[in-house]
Design a protein around this ligand. Structure first.
Ligand SMILES: Cc1cc2nc3c(=O)[nH]c(=O)nc-3n(C[C@H](O)[C@H](O)[C@H](O)COP(=O)(O)O)c2cc1C
Length: 327
């Protein structure tokens, strides 16, 4: 079976500009949108909220909701707009998300979730997938998770992204919920072992090639969030080591293409900082990283930054490239 590496959906991070940037580095990974609430997808400015460029594909739309009528409407919209997958968020523990009854709190309601998934599956032909946790609050039980997954399978979901850490629904902030409960990869491995027909993507704390290879021996894919957002060139290692792609772009080529994109987008009314904020990690771990970050923060991260400032950016890039080649 084909192995998957996906970049995790991350609110305020994986918007269309970030995805375009990541796609300049990797052609092979699967990309996900930030979570979009059903009501915004249905009633909001569709182009602004759901629009994307075809370069970003393959691309999944992640949706948050628990109303089957709304979810099925969004599934159809996603299909019509050209998304490759629609994913329901069953893993976010934030208070706001719980108040609206979506995210991880839905793990408590397997019947409702299966009705929602069934409605989505009937509304579109693209794959309907779920992103969930291994448990919540005081429930971290293989049997509970397996029963939940089997119920969703019966409703028509065949691909699951499992964040290998339970969600604490009260008392922890969303940030703490990404680090505090201990990771339990074995529970995810067991789900795959006992359900070989399902596509199981493991998520949580994966940060290097060795770890990816280890997980791919047990699961169909990995999903990585923070390690890629902080260090987008990690994607080059992934292309080379996991997908055996021989030619990969240099940072200079990526920066040049990003500037072309920036120029076009600015003419359409996009703010410079909305694009460039995603490129802060381009020189992560390299000589010149500090200069790069300083240049971006001094010139391109303010709300009113203008495109003229971007023109000098290639000088920083070229200096960094020379310094890194010299070692
Ligand atoms: C800033 C941020 C925003 C996130 N937003 C979402 C989201 O919109 N939907 C979702 O399912 N998970 C979201 N997550 C969780 C990630 O998708 C992922 O499950 C988590 O970061 C663990 O993976 P990692 O250790 O590789 O980062 C977010 C995480 C971060 C750090």
């Amino acid at each position: 079976m084909k192995k998957t590496v996906a970049v995790a959906p991350m609110m305020d991070c994986t918007d269309r500009h970030d995805r375009f940037f990541l796609r300049l580095i990797s052609k092979k990974v699967m990309l996900y949108s930030e979570m979009i609430a059903t009501k915004s997808a249905i009633h909001g400015d569709r182009k602004k909220i759901l629009g994307f460029s075809t370069e970003e594909k393959p691309l999944a739309l992640q949706v948050g909701g628990s109303d089957k009528k709304e979810l099925s409407e969004v599934a159809k919209i996603a299909e019509d707009m050209g998304y490759d997958e629609i994913n329901i968020n069953l893993g976010c523990p934030s208070k706001k998300v719980q108040k609206n009854k979506f995210g991880a709190c839905l793990m408590k309601e397997p019947d409702l979730v299966s009705e929602c998934i069934n409605a989505m599956v009937n509304a579109c032909k693209i794959p309907v997938t779920a992103k969930t946790r291994i448990g919540f609050d005081n429930i971290e039980s293989y049997d509970y998770l397996n029963a939940f997954i089997l119920k969703m399978k019966k409703a028509g979901c065949k691909k699951f992204i499992i964040h290998a850490r339970k969600a604490i629904l009260t008392g922890l902030s969303p940030k703490q919920n990404l680090n505090i409960p201990k990771l339990n990869y074995n529970m995810v491995y067991k789900i795959k072992q006992e359900n070989p027909d399902l596509k199981i993507i493991i998520n949580g704390g994966i940060s290097n090639i060795q770890e990816i290879k280890k997980h791919l021996e047990k699961c169909d894919g990995v999903m990585i969030g923070r390690a890629i957002y902080q260090n987008p060139f990690f994607l080059v290692d992934i292309e080379r080591e996991i997908f055996e792609v021989k030619n990969h772009p240099t940072r200079e080529e990526v920066a040049e293409k990003l500037l072309n994109y920036l120029e076009k987008e600015v003419k359409l009314g996009t703010k410079v900082n909305h694009i460039m904020r995603h490129a802060v990690g381009l020189y992560h771990g390299q000589i010149g990283s500090k200069n790069w970050k300083r240049y971006l923060s001094d010139n391109m991260m303010a709300r009113d930054s203008d495109f003229q400032k971007a023109k000098h950016i290639m000088t920083i890039v070229q200096n960094n490239e020379k310094a890194n080649q010299a070692i």
